[in-house]
Design a protein around this ligand. Sequence first.
Ligand code: AMP
Length: 190
Amino acid sequence: MRLVLLGAPGSGKGTQATRLRDHYRVPHISTGDLLRAAVKVGTPLGLQAKAVMEAGALVSDDIVLAMLEERLSQGDTGGGYVLDGYPRNLAQANSLDALLARLGQSVERAIQLDVDTELLIARIAGRAKAEGRADDNPESVRKRLQVYEEQTAPVIEFYRHQQKLTAVDGVGSMEAVFERVVEALDSRYA
Ligand code: AMP
């Protein structure tokens, strides 16, 4: 199961990715988590990424690709993975295909969690209170939604074109959305 999970900030990607990890017993690889860990430890890369992340912009493709490549080279990825937060633009989608081709792999499926913008904003506001993420302030949220529309939404078409995409209604309880995602994945595999 080599799965790409797509969706705007607040669409529930992270939550669903964790559940998919447990259900399919594959690692959850989140480039946002990898970057936040680098920021926390204070690596040179983390120091470089911190301000960009806080502003809600995208960290440079080269940095994120290098982190992802390093993560994919670890021993636990042989049976697949759930990618969350990558690819974020078309250049990254092409880089991922090239990287996986070198490893003799390919993306098998892409799931897009579909949630309308007003609900996204409400959900992020709730998360800001609960988790206190540095990039959950209103200005950064606006920027992240804009980046999603302009740069990440075309990635949906990229996977649609490859006939790997399934859009799933992301509105409802975590359980309800999870069931829809699993149904979408299992029905194509059956
Ligand atoms: P996320 O946790 O996926 O919402 O990511 C949080 C932030 O990390 C984003 O707003 C970006 O600044 C950065 N980030 C995460 N993944 C990527 C990526 N694939 N490319 C560039 N920046 C990323």
